[in-house]
Design a protein around this ligand. Sequence first.
Ligand code: ATP
Ligand code: MG
Length: 501
Amino acid sequence: MRLWSDMQSWQKRLGETLRVSVYARFLLISGTIVLGMMTILALFVSSHVKAVSISSTAQTDAFYMTAFVAPLVQDISDDTLLPADTIAQLDRLMHIATVDNDVEMARIWRRDGTILYSTDKASIGTKADLSGAEIAFRGDVIGHVEHVSDDVGRHFGARGMPLFEVYAPLHSLETGAVIAVGEFYKNAQPLLDQISSANTTIWSTTASVSVMMMGMLFLLARRSNRIIVEQRDRLKRRAAKASALARQNEKLRGQSDLAKLQAIKANEDLLTDIGSTLHDGPIQSLALLVLKLSTVGTDKRRIVEDCADSVRLASGVVHDLRDMATGLVLPELEDLAVDEVVRLAVDRHETLTGTGATLDIGPLPAQLPSAYKICIFRVIQESLNNAFQHAGGAERQVSADWSDEGISIVISNGPARGVPREHAPPRQAPGLGVTGLRRRLRALGGSLSVATVPGSGTVVTATLPVDPRMMESVPAHFGRNTEVRVQPLGRQDNLDPVPGA
Ligand SMILES: Nc1ncnc2c1ncn2[C@@H]1O[C@H](COP(=O)(O)OP(=O)(O)OP(=O)(O)O)[C@@H](O)[C@H]1O
Ligand SMILES: [Mg+2]
């Protein structure tokens, strides 16, 4: 398991290092494995073939030895050597063997290590080391290839020639017991050539089979790789599609959440607008109407005039409510220039309350979206009403100007005059006027400040930034410090402010 993971990591590292293709990596690894396995197989087969060749050759040669030599040495005894005629017969036999069978040298050993016969006549009767022939005395044939050693080689002068050495047991024909061991050397070159030829066949066959196996593996791997690549591409495409759908879903969910929030906000804004419009229009007029009715005196002429004013106020309320019903906007502002909106707000106040205000109009944009004009109108209207209600007959000034910061509307009044009205309508809830103005201005990016200094009066400052793109032009004929009074609803000089209201 560990070996496999080591191989995998090794393969990965090798692949990254060489930056080779998947086929090359596969060929490299599978080729190494196949070649390794086939080499082991070829080595095993060739060594087996070599062993079998040597063994079968040794058996064949041993058969010759036992068949022809054994009958000649049946009379071996422990204390005598072979008779001369036996040695002569053996010499003839060995001569034939040399000619027919390439035998280079032969010896016959007695169990005690005495050499009974040798093609090297000088060694007959001597004793030598028997360790090589021990197995043969136990009844087995031994054969092996060796290069000529010095002591053997000097007898036939074939130094350097590969020799095949065989030890063969010589059995008693009566008892079957091993009575001697025959040893002979023959030229091993034919055997070695045979083994070499077999090896060549084994290795070339192994190489051919390996190449075929690698080819088939490569084809199999290429086909598998193609299938894997196709599946991976298909999966990638599906994953991309799924993630695109997920993103789209997420976006749609976000848009849906946003739409919900916007719907809630739009609803809130609408309610706020309606509340502000109700407050700034009908409620203001009704409050003034209540104030006026609560100050009706005993003078008949005054009563008639107050009644006429009240009717006018009530008509104004009806007019405002009708406007609300037809779109919650002030329709008469649509066609007015910005400076005319300022004048109308001051003039309307004068008409309703009978008290005027000093007007100071600086340069102003000729046109603005109606939301801006309504906002300017409401700021002046509410601030003048507050001055009328909360500061009695104090002097009022309205100024409008336009600079880089935007349009600036300032409504100021002096210190409150008179005493609070006894019949002023009781307040049920905190005032909404200033709060509503702030909300209107904030909706358009503007701001409002109300500063009341006891003993000196109140200053209301509204700032409304305007984008130059939304205006058409700035009229050149508007001068500064111009006091303008217009009367779209009729002039009411006798409408006194209500002290302490
Ligand atoms: N010009 C002013 N002079 C003195 N006090 C003022 C002036 N303007 C506003 N105030 C004070 O600020 C308070 C808040 O004014 P706001 O217009 O919000 O409410 P309101 O006029 O009392 O009621 P509403 O406008 O809802 O009829 C007033 O109650 C008043 O005390
Ligand atoms: Mg008010």
